[in-house]
Design a protein around this ligand. Sequence first.
Ligand SMILES: [Fe+2]
Length: 135
Amino acid sequence: MAMITWNDSLSVKVQEIDLQHQKLIGMINDLNEAMKSGKGKESLGKIINGLISYTATHFRQEERYFDRFGYPDSVNHKKEHVAFVKKVTDFKNGFEKNDLAVTMEVMNFLSDWLRNHIKGTDKKYSKFFNEKGLK
Ligand SMILES: [Fe+2]
């Protein structure tokens, strides 16, 4: 998997959320590096758990803003979050079974998904949030 670098094309025009996305991307890159360099199961497990809990926190934050401002596309957006959490859980299960092929495959899926979600679904809320004063 190629390293993901954050750039302005990934900005959703809300600073707090951009920072969270940067952190998520950093965590995915760290995990990829750790897998490639053959880090032990224990340290990989820690990174995966960190990624899962940070993702949950980040999604909750976005969803709190949807609820607070009455974001019209909230239902569909939340569905995408649920699908992502399911994938990360599959990833964790594959990893626990020591299936590195599955792990790398899911890893690629996660990084693509994240980029597409940020560039597509997340970017749809930029204007809406900016108009509510969230920047
Ligand atoms: Fe999102």
